[in-house]
Design a protein around this ligand. Sequence first.
Ligand SMILES: [Cu+2]
Length: 242
Amino acid sequence: MMRHWLICFSFLTALALGRANASTVSGVIQLTANSNSPREQRRHLSDIVVWLDALSPAASLQAPAQHAEMLQKDKMFHPHVLPILVGTAVEFPNADPIFHNAFSNYDGQMFDVALYPPGTSRTVVFRKAGIARVFCNIHPAMSAIILVLKTPYFVKVNADGRYLIPNVPAGQYELHYYDERATGDNSHPPQLTVESAVMEVGAPVLRISEAGYVTLATHKNKYGQDYPPDALSYGGNIGPPK
Ligand SMILES: [Cu+2]
């Protein structure tokens, strides 16, 4: 009887975890050397992304085209960090009663959706892997990060530091992370092996130091100029400078 239940449980777990021939990689992130409050730590943890880069070609899967969304509301981008697979179309809906102008002229992919009104949206397809820092040409305090990855095996970490990467096929992988505030050495990612028919694989604990992190200095607008002095408090529909 006990064995019967175990088999049933395993089968249901396999269904819950996705494809029967794929595994779930589970792990935990620990932030070290930071002096944040518990609430700030939870927020920082949930902005961290982990992903698996396949070392063996057999483990690579052709993932279908994906869509993602970066909402503009209350003069903020939501989410602050958005991981996507390369080739993904990202929508930028404007849910504020004011104009916005998302753009990126940082490293990674450059784009400029131009000024657009409340209640409308623009779409950008991200075809280049890398980090796109996103700003608004009207509101200097708005910032976000789009992390464009070559692998579909990525997740954002939970506020408690734990994560699950589902549907990972058997193979050899490198475990990577992105933390905007990380200051430690990230150049030697740990490796892990996913065996076929193993339902859950535990990844090594990732300890990330945020010691010495300083907030990004002020940035220029999309014309490479300083924002006007009143831009911080500005909430109206301003056009591009003449
Ligand atoms: Cu804006």
